[in-house]
Design a protein around this ligand. Structure first.
Ligand SMILES: [Zn+2]
Length: 494
């Protein structure tokens, strides 16, 4: 069997003014997708492994991935789509394609176009209208009618933080193989759940997600049902389709089985809705000023170390700009407290290409006058003038080849990146010679702490700071989402 594989993966934050462009994407083309070790732990890796094991001939189109950020450049997306379609045409010239298995996000948005997945799938369906197709989705997918019309079977990640991406890709591939082997057609039922959930309230290890995901796993054990998912939408995209949903894929050979799938989907949605008020932050949380006050007390009075504060409103891995200064301004307003800390306050960090360039040009040991923040998120940030002493520089870090700078100002130590890569990478601080556990107070532009920080954090405090990943959804001035929508509207009904 010849199976077309590929995909696109980007979580597009429409509140962030950055346009995600070619510099941000990692693109693997054709046979590059099949190289052992390509994108380990990702959905496409699970797809490749499963289909290879089943003896399929793989027809790789392309896989484009980028760190969450603002919407994707229209011209770049059109180029990627054209390349994807061309590779299908070339593959068809060599022989028929029996199936399609894609690794998609579900919340990739393109400037002046909207839903990338719906558009890409519609173009694929123009060439391959009837070939069975399955796809894996991120848990934060926003499902649209175009996506449902084009794909026979969907399955989404069941974990947040997402640690089951490869497993989900394998699941999507297995659904396709089952359909091809049995000749039975897959069908996906969708039920909108009119709510959005702040990312940090939906960790899958915590309730209510933990038992809701268990309901999906139980549903998947029922005869005729191959995949059951809760997809949460993406709260930082002001989009008419944005909402959570229950999505169930199965065989709908007759009216009875179609009714069963529909009933299971309805029941999952109802169970989710029933528990909507239980979604809550797992760690202690305060607004920016109060979060810092709590952190100073923890360090200075309780001698806890290290204490972590998540600058959650400006989390680049949730697509925020990474240069909001809301929390920094609160820190600078209380330098008397900062000065009392037994070690410098480590702030990781800021995405600020101009500041990084100034520091790199000046070199290690130099003292520069520059500004930090406020290049992109001018609503929640402004350029803060700072004198910085450059402590360390790493050029071309990671796959996005970002420059990293470690620089100090008084008793604060900042990391600065030249590319929008986020601050959750466990190698970022060590590459600058920094061990987070050596610092009493670590502020990081993240939401829930990544395992590298969680395992060492003596205490984790969530600052509901202001930025493009503002966790207080009720305070976001949405214009396009379809209302009523919980928790914006308490009277929303399923
Ligand atoms: Zn996600």
């Amino acid at each position: 069997m010849r199976i077309l594989i590929g995909g696109m993966n980007h979580e597009s934050n429409t509140l962030n003014p950055i346009i995600t462009g070619a510099r941000d994407f990692l693109i693997a083309r054709g046979a590059e997708l099949l190289v052992p070790g390509y994108a380990p732990q990702s959905a496409i890796a699970g797809i490749v492994e499963t289909l290879k094991k089943a003896g399929c001939e793989l027809v790789p189109a392309l896989m484009a991935r980028a760190v969450p950020n603002g919407v994707v450049s229209h011209s770049l997306y059109e180029e990627l789509r054209a390349e994807f379609i061309l590779s299908i045409r070339e593959a068809l010239a060599a022989g028929p394609i029996d199936g399609i298995c894609l690794a998609l996000h579900g919340s990739m948005k393109v400037e002046n176009l909207g839903c990338a997945e719906g558009d890409l799938l519609a173009h694929i369906r123009k060439i391959l209208p009837h070939v069975p197709c399955t796809a894996s989705l991120d848990m934060h997918a926003t499902v649209t009618k175009e996506m449902l019309d084009a794909v026979n079977g969907f399955v989404g990640y069941k974990t947040a933080p997402h640690i089951d991406c490869a497993e989900t890709g394998a699941h999507a591939a297995a659904m396709l193989l089952t359909s091809l082997k049995t000749g039975k057609k897959l069908y996906t039922a969708y039920r909108r759940i009119p709510m959005l959930i702040a990312g940090e309230k939906s960790e899958s290890e915590a309730e209510p997600m933990s038992s809701l995901i268990e309901l999906c796993r139980e549903a998947e054990k029922r005869p005729g049902i191959l995949g059951a998912s809760f997809l949460l939408g993406f709260p930082w995209a002001d989009d008419e389709h944005n909402a959570a949903c229950a999505l169930v894929t199965g065989f709908s050979e007759n009216e009875t089985s179609a009714n069963t799938i529909a009933a299971v989907t309805e029941n999952l949605a109802a169970q989710f809705w029933k528990r909507r008020r239980e979604f809550a932050f797992r760690s202690e949380y305060y607004d920016s000023a109060a979060a810092m006050e709590a952190a100073y007390r923890a360090v200075l009075e309780n001698h806890e170390k290290p204490v972590f504060v998540s600058d959650s409103g400006d989390n680049p891995t949730a697509g925020a700009a990474g240069d909001s200064t809301d929390l920094l301004e609160k820190i600078l307003a209380r330098l008397d407290m900062v000065e009392k800390l037994p070690t410098p306050l480590l702030y990781s960090g800021f995405y600020d290409a101009p500041a990084a360039a100034v520091c790199v040009k000046a070199g290690i040991g130099a003292v520069v006058d520059t500004t930090l923040g406020g290049n992109w998120d001018t609503l929640n940030g402004k350029k803060i003038p700072l004198g910085l002493e450059v402590r360390n520089i790493v050029r071309n870090f990671g796959p996005h080849k970002s420059d990293l700078v470690l620089a100090s100002s008084g008793n604060i130590l900042f990391t600065i990146t030249s590319a929008h890569i986020g601050f959750g990478d466990p190698d970022l601080l060590p590459s600058l010679g920094v061990k987070a556990e050596d610092y009493s107070l670590v502020v990081v532009k993240l939401g829930y702490l990544e395992p590298c920080f969680r395992t060492i954090a003596r205490r984790a405090i969530l600052a509901t700071s202001k930025g493009c990943s503002n966790e207080v959804l009720e305070s976001i001035p949405y214009k396009r989402v379809t209302r009523p929508l919980y928790p914006l509207d308490e009277d929303a009904e399923l």
